[in-house]
Design a protein around this ligand. Sequence first.
Ligand SMILES: [Zn+2]
Ligand SMILES: [Zn+2]
Length: 272
Amino acid sequence: MSKIPSQLHNNQQSPEHPIPKFIETECNIKTPPTCVDGRNCGIDGYLKAGQMLGGSLNIIILKAINEGKQIDKEFISKTVAQMKKLEIKVGGHTDDHDHSEGVACGCGFADNIITILQRAQQQKDEIINRIKNVYSNNPTAYDNFFGEDINVSELLSNSLNKIISYNISENVNSTGKQIVEKVNPQYKLKGNHGEQIAFINLKQGKTLNVVTLNNRKKQAFNLDLWMVKNQATKMRLNANIYVMQSLILYVATEIVLVEDKGQMALPLVTNS
Ligand SMILES: [Zn+2]
Ligand SMILES: [Zn+2]
């Protein structure tokens, strides 16, 4: 489990700590993707890396879930090889804490994958409500994103049911370290979490400028949903299911990394 020192718990909105706005930058799909994590790693190319849950783990873990496979090093390696064949860049991250003694790698998505999947299974109604709320704030943007003929609430329940029917105890026995190792984590994120908001970015080819945000002593989670869609399509997966499941696991991840630690739920805001 990652440690979060209390002095960085600044996610309550106040005049001294206004919630940051989305700062857009070009995303380079030739750069390995990184995590939704709001921290920075201080290397040049990082600025243009797309953000998904645990970087490439987002697609890989959803593929295991949808195909009823174990999340283990064989499955991850095999999927990474498929992605590389399709010229999809693969990436992930650790952090600069000393995790050498334990089983954690520093990526909250990888380290807490069991708890995150459990939350998604157990808090079905809460998660559905939050995603319906996100949708109803931007119905046109999401209708365009999913396709006009898609019934979003049907897609949401089908996507969640697929996660609920996954047998976690039978299929997930790997540690964060073992999981992340196989995506060759290129980025070592610095310091501690202090995210105040969780962005969902629908804008093709764009990502959140985490470097500028961190320079301003701000942090935000960001999920580049367009990248999930592009990669799932390229891999001939059911892109809309993968996109919706990414949103579901994004909400579950926020619950585990933020609310389970005693902090208030972060606002979920769409950039479109
Ligand atoms: Zn750490
Ligand atoms: Zn991460």
